[in-house]
Design a protein around this ligand. Structure first.
Ligand code: FAD
Length: 566
């Protein structure tokens, strides 16, 4: 058995050598939440596995969601009781597995004239929702009169308000959840790697899949990876991968784009999340988080470039209109919007249904040569999806089946030194806020560090001292050190977008820290001049996309180079 490699940025060549030399029970294609969940389930049962991701971990849909671990109120409306029950149960499990990454978040559901939810049905629905999701008694829903709702949220539109429901949800950081799943899988022996693309599937003489042809996206080197089973968790790319596998595969996915816009918290200073009606019949979230409030989402058919999904002016205006309708005194305009993110829902194709009507359920497809693909579903359901897939894989391995345990993930805490509960997270945040203020850092960083790195926050703050005279730059460099040693960042964007979330939640801070971060990464990872220039160009494009609203989502290729590997 190979020794587990630390999850650092520095041992990439060793990982690749292992990929090329070892024979795996299972190779997983795709390092989003779905692939990461499968990796953890499979590795913890005792399978020898590799996970191959063409960009960074979570660089697909799993960093572009609304970032809720939710019980699925919309499923209740569709009378999908089992899905509500399962989502509710999963929500509680994820909260237990990583309390700093799945934080309780109160949600206000305004009831408006001719809205989606009526007073009686909401009261009854939320009660059932609490019951099915096993919500703790202190978190159970409360129904509010119009006056009580306005007291809680004075910015709501008084002229249409009739009351509100007030209930419990959970908020996460999808990219951080994914990276913690990957790190845990690695600690259990999985060989997970980013920036390696699966270019082809390899079959044996009987036409059964027996591995993949992979390409190191950073060096362009190609190599084969041998596997007894291959699972594609390619999210929006599932059909592309199925077409590579079989020329005449039929399309299974229907992609829709969802964008979120970000405004400073001071421009939409809501006291809790709000899930509100848009006059077109859709529901929109406004979610406060640290220094900002984000608003989303849209839901439109998508046929553009999967590797570069951008927000259009129409997307932005749609969300601004919705938010100004529900919060009429804030008068948000395009000039208030400081960043955005745009992602794709890999929904399962169903003839004659509109995007909003399509089911969010997951589905598994098995091809003749043995390739298994999984798509659809939600972040919230990653664990159950993983269990289902690994059960299938285990059945394909009769010789070792009896040595493997059942799924263990319900009890595998995601970090080494986990918080026991939400109260411990709150106390720890307060403690870190105090330490930050002593070091002349804004208290915000206490919350930020704990909700990103859990109990590693303290040592990151400690190791920041003496790195730079500006404490915010010193802190960023200490985070960078941690991410290089423990979180396998390869490109600058991995740090700015997914490990720290700064591009979305604190875009102004990028200006302050960018030069020093780039220099340290370049020095430590021995980047050539050309590589550093490439990294700068990628960052420029990402910042442009997060702050720019295109006329059309099909961007003119002569004007803009693609930013991620295809
Ligand atoms: P992805 O995260 O897209 O991962 C697939 C990965 O496969 C990608 O990283 C890609 O690079 C990789 N890949 C593709 N081709 C190759 C190849 N050839 N070689 C190697 N790697 C490859 N769910 C919730 O529970 N709560 C929410 O609040 C929520 N909000 C959402 C809001 C929006 C706007 C959207 C779009 C989705 C939302 N979801 C939410 C759903 C959730 O985000 C997705 O279900 C989930 O992130 C899908 O994860 P995935 O791993 O299947 O796909």
């Amino acid at each position: 058995m190979n020794k587990t490699l630390s999850f650092s940025s520095f041992n990439r060549s060793k990982r690749i050598r292992r990929l090329a030399n070892d024979i795996y029970d299972l190779v997983i294609v795709g390092g989003g939440a779905t692939g990461a969940g499968i990796a953890l389930d499979a590795a913890s049962r005792g399978l020898k596995i590799a996970l191959i991701e063409k960009g960074d971990f979570a660089s697909g849909t799993s960093s572009k969601s609304t970032k809720l671990i939710h019980g699925g109120l919309r499923y209740l409306k569709q009378l999908d009781i089992n899905l509500v029950r399962e989502s509710g149960k999963e929500r509680a499990i994820v909260n237990h597995l990583a309390p700093h990454l799945c934080l309780p978040e109160k949600m206000l559901l305004p009831l408006v004239k001719d809205g989606t939810f009526g007073k009686l049905s909401t009261s009854f629905g939320l009660k059932i929702y609490d019951y099915l999701a096993g919500v703790k008694s202190e978190d159970k829903r409360i129904m509010l009169s119009k006056e009580e709702a306005l007291e809680k949220e004075p910015l709501l539109n008084e002229s249409i308000l009739e009351g509100a429901g007030y209930y419990a949800e959970y908020r996460t950081d999808d990219a951080r959840l994914t990276i913690e799943l990957i790190k845990k899988s690695n600690s259990l022996g999985a060989n997970c790697i980013n920036y390696v693309r699966v270019a082809e599937f390899i079959e044996n003489e009987e036409g059964r899949i027996m591995g993949v042809l992979a390409e190191d996206v950073l060096s362009r080197e190609k190599f084969e990876v041998s596997a007894r089973c291959v699972v594609s968790a390619g999210g929006p790319w599932v059909d592309q991968l199925r077409f590579i596998n079989e020329d005449d595969a039929t399309r299974k996915l229907y992609l829709t784009k969802g964008i979120h816009i970000v405004v400073p918290l001071s421009r939409l200073p809501i006291g809790q999340s709000v899930y509100f009606d848009n006059p077109d019949g859709r529901m929109i979230f406004a979610i406060p988080r640290g220094k900002i409030t984000y608003i989303g989402t849209t839901d439109t058919e998508y046929t553009g470039d999967l590797n570069r999904v951008v927000a259009t002016e129409a997307d932005r205006e749609y969300l601004l209109r919705a938010v100004n309708h529900m919060f009429p005194t804030v008068h948000l305009t395009q000039f208030d919007v400081i960043s955005n993110w745009a992602g794709l829902r890999p929904l399962i194709h169903e003839q004659g249904k509109s995007p909003s009507e399509l089911s969010r359920k997951d589905e598994i497809f098995e091809e003749e040569n043995g390739l298994i693909s999984i798509a659809g579903g939600k972040l919230t359901g990653y664990r159950k999806m993983a269990e289902k897939i690994v059960n299938k894989v285990v059945k394909r391995l009769p010789d070792i089946k009896d040595q493997l345990s059942d799924s263990q993930t319900e009890n595998i805490r995601l970090t080494d030194d986990p918080f026991q509960d939400d109260d411990e997270v709150s106390h720890y945040i307060q403690k870190m806020e105090g330490i930050c203020m002593k070091l002349q850092l804004p208290a915000y960083y206490g919350w930020y560090l704990v909700t990103n790195y859990g109990k590693k926050a303290q040592s990151i703050i400690k190791k920041s001292q003496g790195r730079h005279k500006d404490p915010q730059i010193a802190l960023a460099l200490s985070e960078l050190e941690y991410c290089m040693k423990r979180e396998m960042i390869q490109r600058a964007e991995d740090f700015f977008v997914r490990r720290t979330g700064r591009l979305y939640f604190d875009i102004q801070s990028i200006d302050l820290i960018r030069n020093q971060v780039m220099t340290m990464m370049s020095d430590r990872l021995n980047w050539s001049k050309a590589r550093k220039a490439e990294e700068e160009a990628i960052m420029d494009k990402l910042i442009q996309d997060a702050t720019h609203y295109y006329k059309d989502e099909r961007i003119d290729p002569s004007e803009h180079k693609p930013i991620s590997p295809s």
